[in-house]
Design a protein around this ligand. Structure first.
Ligand code: RB5
Length: 149
């Protein structure tokens, strides 16, 4: 069964449970890397934990939730092989799979409610990379940038 890694900081904790239950309901296994309470913590820890699950092959994709989604996306994009997108609309959540082959979806609990969070997850998990033409060229260019830096 395909596995999805999910992580949050204290500012994403309140909706993480509902997001995980929704992902499980779609037929995926979920690896919950924490955090497990609303006690203040540091989002890069959880971004790194989710990215490691993807990079070591245990999980296919990841979902990261913080207050804005921005800190998580910055932290996740520091990892070679991770393409994380911070989204607050479903069009972007779908297109970042289709065009960017994004493997991590980030969003902010302080930006989106639980209903939109679930729609974002659906858009992201239901879409596939359009593995052809300019999309392949451009994702390869992203990898070239990674390799130069
Ligand atoms: C925590 O207060 C907040 O800064 C964090 O959740 C996130 O929004 C950072 O980008």
């Amino acid at each position: 069964m395909k596995k999805i890694a999910v992580g949050c900081d204290h500012a994403g904790f309140a909706i993480k449970g509902a997001v995980i239950e929704h992902i499980k309901g779609k037929g995926y296994d979920v690896v919950d890397v924490g955090t497990y309470s609303e006690e203040s913590c540091h989002y890069p820890i959880y971004a790194e934990a989710v990215c490691e699950k993807i990079l070591d092959g245990e999980c296919e994709r990841g979902v990261l939730i913080c207050g804005t989604g921005i800190g998580m996306s910055i932290a996740a994009n520091k990892h070679k092989g991770i393409r994380a997108a911070c989204c607050s609309d479903t069009f972007s959540a779908r297109l970042t799979r289709e065009h960017n082959d994004a493997n991590v979806l980030c969003f902010g609990e302080r930006v989106v409610g639980v209903g939109l969070a679930i729609d974002l997850v659906d858009a992201f998990l239901d879409a596939e990379y359009l593995n052809n033409g300019n999309h392949v060229t451009r994702v390869a260019m992203l990898k070239d940038i990674e390799n130069k830096n």
